[in-house]
Write a protein that binds this ligand. Structure first.
Ligand SMILES: Cc1cc2nc3c(=O)[nH]c(=O)nc-3n(C[C@H](O)[C@H](O)[C@H](O)COP(=O)(O)OP(=O)(O)OC[C@H]3O[C@@H](n4cnc5c(N)ncnc54)[C@H](O)[C@@H]3O)c2cc1C
Length: 450
């Protein structure tokens, strides 16, 4: 039979492409395919315009605990090491200074304490007082009247770090490298999986044009569509999805590196940050905002792309309760409404200016430009049993030859770590070999001894 594979990966974003690469390079499985609904790889969350282009290693992400930082650091190390091994410096991976800043006495005290705690994980982390920040990132300190801003500002970070990634190009690189090693690997574009049928030997994936592909193991890396696909097969029915779109604003080239701010612990999404854009040279990008919308994929038209799959997943009393609980908190409610306003013409820019001035106090209205066509949806997972919003990624392993991954931020950073876990599961399931030692030697030598 034609189109028969050992493994088929649904989704050609960074997750699917990383697994395609890891299978091809480190396992004995060669009949591997990706099916992708778009006409190109990496068009949705992995697209260079969609995300914050950051390798999240936990050093400046003020919403991460020390424990979370230890974990993401290992994931970050793998993508960084891959990019270095393949000589992708200044093409796909970029070096910047980076820092998290506290503004005002309370946030500065938080930053000082955080810095001491995080030095355990990042021994080279440097503390920046207002004077140093003025030297290395002057626009944070420059006030509106040409002098220094009045509040104290303190930060913690690195003067140099390979911290920015064009995830779209990295996804494409994974596939081209995989194809060099394994010419039997295939990518089917314009293949939207509409139905997955299980049978004795595995699964048949049927596209919306009735094309069929057969697989012994199916890895679903379909981003925000993974959960609807899982639910169509009776898995993950205890979960829901809260899609939170993020948009960005451009300002001129006012930042030398990444600047993250202190997280309000009540808010589930990362605080505003700014950094030089890796695709549009000469601009800094500030964002992302956080707008809840009934869509699994951002559509450029306001009402276009409203997702029936999402309504099917979320029209139930538990998701309603989680939403009401979140909105019952005044700070969260204000945050949600403020983020709605950010999207409105005329007034949005004016409101956003106020928030962006926390990073660049001298910013003027005419400096701000809504980044049209930038941003995407973060599919946050809702746990209907625990009746709460779950932050981070979620995996549904069935032990029946099909696994589903949901990958909100920092899903791009975790792509090789997730691929490692998935490929180990796949090779065990299919009785194939996986060269774990070589994987660690190449991508994470410090883990070899553990
Ligand atoms: C605003 C924003 C900022 C972010 N910033 C960062 C950051 O700085 N660093 C970081 O690490 N992460 C960041 N993230 C998260 C990161 O972008 C995602 O975790 C990552 O891109 C997810 O990759 P993926 O391959 O799992 O999903 P996607 O990139 O969404 O890929 C899924 C693919 O599956 C395809 N697909 C879906 N359904 C089907 C189907 N039925 N049949 C066939 N194909 C299908 C889609 O077309 C798509 O190509 C950010 C996300 C957002 C939205």
């Amino acid at each position: 039979m034609e189109n028969e594979f050992d493994v088929v990966i649904i989704g050609g974003g960074i997750s699917g492409c990383a697994s395609f690469y890891v299978l091809s390079e480190y396992s004995s499985i060669k009949k591997v395919a990706i099916v992708e609904k778009c006409d190109q790889l990496a068009k949705i969350s992995t697209n260079a315009k969609a995300n914050s282009q950051t390798i999240h290693d936990g050093s400046i992400e003020t919403n991460y605990t020390v424990e979370k930082a230890k974990k993401v650091k290992l994931s970050a190390f793998k993508v960084r090491r891959y990019a270095m091994n393949k000589n992708l410096q200044n093409k796909i991976i970029f070096e910047n200074q980076k820092m998290a800043i506290g503004v005002g006495d309370e946030e500065c005290a938080f930053m000082r304490k955080r810095h001491e705690n995080f030095k355990e994980v990042f021994p080279d982390l440097e503390f920046f007082d207002k004077k140093i920040i003025k030297e290395i990132e002057p626009n944070i300190i420059l006030g509106t009247n040409g002098g220094d801003r009045l509040e104290n500002v303190e930060g913690s970070g690195f003067r140099k770090d390979w911290s920015a990634m064009n995830w779209e190009l990295l996804a494409e690189n994974f596939v081209s490298e995989a194809k060099k090693i394994n010419p039997e690997g295939e990518v089917f574009l314009n293949f939207r999986v509409k139905k997955i049928e299980q049978h004795a030997g595995g699964y048949t994936l049927i596209s919306d044009r009735s094309d069929k592909i057969h697989a012994k193991f199916v890895l679903v890396d379909a981003g925000s569509y993974s959960l609807p696909l899982a639910q169509s097969m009776g898995y993950g029915l205890d979960l829901g999805c809260l899609p939170v779109a993020g948009s960005f604003y451009f300002v001129p080239d006012l930042l030398r590196g990444k600047v993250y701010t202190v997280q309000n612990p009540k808010l589930p999404f990362a605080a505003l940050h700014g950094d030089p854009d890796v695709v549009i040279k000469g601009k800094s990008r500030i964002g992302p905002t956080a707008l809840t919308m009934p869509k699994l994929e951002r559509n450029k038209h306001l009402f276009g792309g409203i997702s029936m799959e999402l309504l099917k997943m979320d029209l139930n009393k538990e998701v309603f309760k989680i939403s009401c609980d979140l909105l019952s908190d005044k700070e969260i409610r204000d945050y949600v409404f403020r983020n709605i306003v950010f999207e409105l013409p005329y007034i949005g820019k004016r409101k956003f200016l106020k928030d962006a001035r926390k990073i660049i106090p001298s910013l003027k209205l005419e400096d701000l430009e809504y980044a049209e066509g930038f941003g995407e949806v973060r599919p946050q997972v809702l746990d209907r049993t625990k009746k709460k919003l779950e932050l981070g990624e979620k995996k549904i392993s069935t032990n029946k030859g099909i696994t589903f991954n949901m990958t909100p931020s920092p899903g791009a950073t975790s792509c090789l770590q997730n691929a490692l876990v998935d490929v180990q599961e796949i090779t065990t399931y299919l009785g194939a070999n996986f060269d774990l030692e070589r994987f660690y030697q190449d991508l994470s030598p410090e883990e070899l001894n553990h």
